[in-house]
Design a protein around this ligand. Structure first.
Ligand SMILES: *[C@@H]1O[C@H](CO)[C@@H](O)[C@H](O)[C@H]1NC(C)=O
Ligand SMILES: *[C@@H]1O[C@H](CO)[C@@H](O)[C@H](O)[C@H]1NC(C)=O
Ligand SMILES: *[C@@H]1O[C@H](CO)[C@@H](O)[C@H](O)[C@H]1NC(C)=O
Length: 449
């Protein structure tokens, strides 16, 4: 009796155990199957999506015509470069080039050689491993002003959060709440900083980088009521602001906004279309005075230059601060203005003085009446002359600086594509109009790590 009872108990335990064993085995089996499935999915996924090993791609081994092989070779080289594993360290220094006035269509057009330029027409940035496409539309605000878009871009805030300019500055805006630009952020993080532009310093990019407010570049045409209520124009805010005071390099145009008395020459006339100061200011002299005062506290090397030959002969690597005002208006208005290449080279020398990290922002302003191909060639030369620097990220943003209104939003592009069949039955002029209304995009090229 005891034995039977005991056997029963043992049997029960074993049954329980065997159920457990089954459960465990089952789970294991399912896991293994799932894993196998996953692995095969992953393998398929990688083969389909990543071209893990370029040599394995079937079409690569196809015999193609020599003319086709050129494109195949180029395409595979570019893929290899883009898929090269990156380490995730941060760059020490950053150079940002912004080209205002060029979009994807221009780039596509100018990639092909003209009759007299033979051979490869590749630009330096065509070899950059990374490319992003950004839509130029700002549907949150009408009309979309370049000044607001600049502030959005350089302060990293949504367009509808850009502080509105006020006619009445009596209500002092709260400086602690105002967003600060990437340039100021870099200064606060201990980097050396520089801004170089072929436009006037008080243009939309300079104004945004210098954390200024309002729309008046200088005192001319600024309403008396605004001045009385304590508003300051952009030139004034820029030069007295902490960002520009701490900038190591600042080179551009805009003398006529910074000083009421400027030399007028045949090669560098005053630009009648731009703001002209007439309140007797000389903000350049003020900058020099301020730096002199600073130099009494700690030894600094600084200079203010206004001519190309001064910039050429400058031993830039010995400077702490360099201010260059090279034209009355935009640099394109001065036939003796320095080249972009010279300005960038000298700036980098100043920024590299202590071999610490830096942020350099370079703006090339291409007005609609300028020769775009020539300008791109200049940019190409400038970038080709940059030294390969370690731990340095180079960004190149090309934008046509046209930001369409809400009615011409991105959705129009999608809509236009879905209606293509119908659209092509329209008159030629209608089609042209539609194509022009589609927002163009900005392109961002990146190289370095
Ligand atoms: C751009 O510069 C590179 C390097 O100097 C050169 O090989 C290339 O031909 C230039 N491209 C154009 C379009 O000038
Ligand atoms: C500015 O904003 C801060 C934070 O919101 C607030 O504490 C301060 O009182 C404000 N200053 C003025 C002058 O409004
Ligand atoms: C330029 O400045 C650097 C640093 O101050 C100095 O070492 C160098 O000798 C200078 N070069 C010339 C040509 O004066």
């Amino acid at each position: 009796m005891v034995t039977t009872q005991r056997t029963k108990e043992i049997c029960q335990i074993i049954r329980l155990k065997s159920t457990q064993v089954f459960l465990v085995a089952g789970t294991c089996l399912v896991t293994v199957m799932v894993t196998l499935l996953c692995i095969s999915f992953m393998t398929r996924y990688e083969v389909e999506n990543e071209v893990a090993n370029v040599a394995d791609v079937d079409y690569w081994r196809d015999k193609v015509a020599p003319s086709q092989k050129i494109w195949y070779d180029k395409g595979i080289d570019e893929l290899n470069e883009a898929l090269r594993p990156m380490d995730s360290t941060y760059p020490r220094s950053v150079r940002i080039f912004v080209v205002q006035g060029i979009d994807g269509r221009d780039l596509a057009a100018f990639r092909f050689p003209t009759k007299d330029s033979q051979g490869s027409s590749n630009f330096v940035w065509d070899h950059f491993p990374h490319l992003a496409r950004l839509e130029n539309s700002c549907s949150q605000q009408v009309p979309c002003q370049v000044a607001s878009v600049s502030r959005t871009l350089w302060s990293g805030i949504p367009l509808d959060k850009v502080p509105e300019s006020q006619e009445d500055c009596g209500r002092v805006f709260n400086a602690t709440q105002a967003p600060i630009s990437i340039l100021r952020q870099a200064q606060l993080a201990g980097l050396r900083t520089g801004f170089v532009t072929t436009q006037r310093l008080t243009g939309s990019t300079g104004a945004a980088l210098g954390n200024t407010n309002g729309n008046f570049e200088c005192d001319e045409r600024m309403p008396l009521s605004s001045i009385r209520s304590g508003c300051k124009d952009i030139a004034h805010q820029l030069m007295s602001g902490e960002t520009v005071q701490a900038l190591n390099v600042l080179i551009g145009g805009g003398r006529q906004m910074l000083s009421s008395l400027v030399p007028k020459t045949k090669y560098d006339p005053v630009d009648e279309l731009l703001c002209e100061s007439n309140d007797g200011r000389n903000l350049l002299k003020d900058w020099r005075t301020q730096k002199l005062r600073e130099s009494k506290v700690k030894p600094i090397v600084f200079d203010l230059i206004q001519r190309t030959d001064e910039l050429e002969s400058l031993n830039a690597s010995s400077f702490d601060y360099l201010m260059g005002v090279m034209a009355n208006g935009d640099l394109s208005g001065n036939s003796k203005a320095p080249s972009l290449t010279l300005m960038v080279q000298k700036s980098l020398k100043v920024l590299n003085k202590y071999q610490q990290g830096y942020l350099l922002i370079v703006e090339q302003f291409i007005a609609s009446n300028m020769n775009k191909r020539e300008q791109l060639q200049l940019l190409n030369d400038t970038l080709a002359n940059l030294h390969e620097a370690q731990d340095t990220l180079t960004l190149l943003l090309m934008t046509n600086a046209i930001y369409p209104k809400a009615s011409l939003d991105v959705s129009e592009e999608t809509e236009a594509i879905s209606l293509l069949a119908g659209i092509f039955n329209e008159a030629e002029s209608e089609i042209q109009k539609r194509l022009h209304q589609i927002p163009s995009e900005s392109l961002l090229f990146a190289q370095g790590e």
